[in-house]
Write a protein that binds this ligand. Structure first.
Ligand SMILES: [Zn+2]
Length: 653
């Protein structure tokens, strides 16, 4: 300090002293006050959080005894905790949104404000969850008075309270979608909350002004970069139900952490272990339906049985244990399946019922693995080697079409072993031919190929040879002893001709369009009206059907079964005289996952050669779904699901 500055400095006075003391006092009380507001998030939740009616099955004051496992996760978010990143891989109905996500937002607003961003599967979902959940949490937890515009301008029209932004003293919460490229790059945040990480697109897309270059890639990584300027005090929370193993974002992030599992004690022997699906046991009645009282959890140590109602006992006594070293310090990861769903939410009985209903449907098994087990689903779409499948050909005879030298033709009926109950047809229409497979089905979707015909000729002409021959096939009263239930004819190539052809069959033959989109949880088929035609079109989820067929091929020995061996239900039978070309066309596609140099992965069906036989089989299988759904729909099942045990029981009569 210079001499002149010293001179100009006011001399010390008693008045200054008292002012300074007052200031010191206020500082002190403020710091004490700050100390007091360093409550743990879990304590804030149990003291202030009220769950409103309507959105939860357990309204009233928030209680940790319902979902005790989330207490530790929420407390990682306290400023006193060294944890900076938390990833949660979870099943459905485990109370995560209420106990972790909403409590965390409430705690930020009430106790530890800062700039915050919530990113969800898309902008609409993010805004809807603010409107539905955050708004109600704010109202019911007495935080409404904190939400107002923090703008300094007088007479500002901003309320500080919109669907996508909540402002509060010391911070704000912004809800964004993964395609909001500009928002993902524009402001620094201390708190990042990610919901449904696996449902976000692999890269920031969007259009127009929002579109950015591919180099910027993954929306989650972009969002994480927003927290860099708060590195020492940031909190990153990402949660999701996982989807596909090869591309699961939450699984990859979880695996970088310490992979905590929730260990619970056995009520008989006290042994602590995480719960696993394989220890759930149940029995079925002779009709294949779940016997509800038989559902129990068997302790892997003492084989003692626990019931769903014991959850209140063992969940409260559980604890998280790390199962590996995290790749970065201050990174924690948790996973929790729906087996831990509290009493009053998802029961083990419900879960067993869903498992039984999912059998034979890869789409539903995938949903089960994702939403119940909280695990990513490993898609197995690789085709078995045709030369191995060929070895399982059996001594029965397919339906034959014999073309004579004078151009005339004749049919030879198939000679089938016992077992088939229903017959369907799948037809693939190319511009110069129609390929047709007849498939007979028995219990558990055991299948027999009854015949495979290639009908050559110009398919754009409705009077040409292939359509005449297809009409003959459809008109034959029996194929290997069975009447035709339904034929699905691919309308992708010659739609108008196929529609007009199907109009003649009053429902026995329907046009069909396949979609190879690899979405999860869609229905296998949907019925569509066709303008100007009497027939309806069947839209098929062919990707799911291909996977189902490939999985079905793996039932029983892959090649030749031992002589006299009992073949398991669900086995795929082929007649003796199908040649190698047929099997090459049938097992002609692989589901592959490719990663490009940007690190983005994509999955698709890769066609290895001609694939008409696979298309025919998939259409024939789709036709079986349509028939089974029509027969079992009467049984008050509004979900449109097929009750397979009932279906096989009905057709066996
Ligand atoms: Zn035990």
């Amino acid at each position: 300090m210079t001499a002149s500055a010293l001179r100009s400095k006011k001399l010390w006075t008693p008045a200054d002293n008292s002012a300074s003391l007052a200031w010191f006092d206020s500082m002190l009380s403020e710091s004490v006050h700050t100390e007091i507001t360093h409550v743990m998030p879990s304590a804030w939740a149990s003291d202030h959080r009220i769950l409103p009616e309507g959105l939860t099955s357990m309204p009233g004051p928030f209680r940790w005894d319902v979902t005790p496992y989330w207490r530790e996760v929420l407390d990682c978010l306290a400023p006193t905790s060294p944890v900076r990143e938390i990833y949660v891989r979870k099943g459905a109905q485990v109370g995560y949104t209420v106990a972790v996500l909403e409590n965390f937002i409430g705690y930020i607003i009430a106790c530890e404000p800062g700039p915050s961003m919530m990113i969800s599967a898309d902008a609409g979902v993010a805004e809807a969850s603010v409107e539905l959940r955050v708004d109600r949490m704010i109202q019911s937890s007495g935080l409404e008075h904190k939400i107002f515009s923090q703008s300094e301008k007088k007479h500002s029209k901003k309320t500080g309270d919109s669907k996508s932004k909540k402002e509060f003293p010391g911070g704000f919460l912004m809800a964004v979608g993964p395609n909001s490229g500009s928002k993902l790059r524009s402001f620094a945040i201390r708190y990042l909350l990610g919901d449904e990480l696996d449902a976000m697109p692999a890269e920031v897309g969007g259009s127009g002004r929002e579109a950015i270059t591919a180099q910027e890639g993954d929306p989650w990584s972009l969002a994480v970069r927003r927290t860099d300027s708060f590195e020492a005090i940031r909190k990153i929370l990402g949660g999701s139900t996982p989807l596909i193993k090869q591309t699961s974002r939450v699984s990859a992030l979880h695996d970088e952490g310490d992979a905590r599992r929730y260990y619970v004690p056995c009520k008989h022997c006290g042994e602590m272990a995480p719960m696993e699906w394989k220890h759930i046991k149940y029995e079925k009645d002779p009709e294949g339906r779940l016997i509800w009282p038989s559902v129990r959890y068997e302790c892997p140590s003492c084989h003692g049985e626990w019931k769903n109602s014991d959850k209140a006992f063992f969940l409260a006594r559980g604890e998280w244990r790390a199962t590996q070293e995290p790749r970065r310090p201050n990174l924690r990861s948790y996973s929790l399946s729906s087996l831990y769903s509290p009493v009053g939410m998802r029961s083990w009985e419900d879960i067993c019922e869903e498992w039984i209903k999912a059998q034979g449907n890869p789409g539903k098994i995938r949903v089960f693995v994702n939403t119940v087990l909280g695990e990513a689903y490993e898609e197995r779409g690789e085709a078995p080697a045709p030369e191995r499948i060929m070895l399982r050909r059996e001594n029965y005879f397919p339906e034959l079409l014999n073309i004579h030298s004078d151009g005339s033709h004749g049919w030879v009926d198939a000679s089938m072993p016992p077992g088939p109950l229903v017959l369907t047809i799948g037809a693939d229409v190319q511009h110069d031919r129609i390929e047709v497979e007849l498939v007979a089905w028995g219990k558990a979707k055991t299948s027999w190929s009854v015949g495979y015909h290639v009908l050559n000729g110009d398919t754009s002409d409705p009077n040409a040879k292939p359509w005449q021959l297809l009409d003959e096939i459809l008109s034959r009263p029996l194929h290997g002893g069975l009447p035709l239930s339904l034929a699905l004819i691919d309308s992708g190539d010659q739609a108008p001709v196929v529609y007009a052809f199907c109009d003649q069959y009053s429902g026995g033959a329907l046009p069909s369009k396949g979609s190879d989109r690899l979405d999860s949880g869609r229905r296998i088929f949907a019925l569509r009206d066709v303008t100007g035609h009497a027939c309806k079109r069947i839209d098929l989820a062919t990707s799911d059907l291909k996977q189902e067929f490939y999985l079905q091929t793996r039932v029983g020995p892959i090649d030749a079964p031992a002589a006299g061996a009992d073949l398991p239900p669900g086995y795929c039978h082929f007649p003796s005289d199908y040649d190698r070309r047929y099997f090459e066309k049938l097992y002609s596609e692989d589901m592959v996952t490719e990663t490009d140099r940007m690190g983005r992965t994509r999955r698709f069906w890769k066609v290895k050669g001609r694939n008409e036989a696979l298309d025919c089989r998939v259409y024939a299988l789709g036709a079986l779904y349509v028939v089974a759904s029509a027969i079992t729909a009467a049984n008050d099942d509004k979900s449109g699901e097929v009750d397979w045990p009932l279906f096989w029981e009905t057709v066996a009569k």
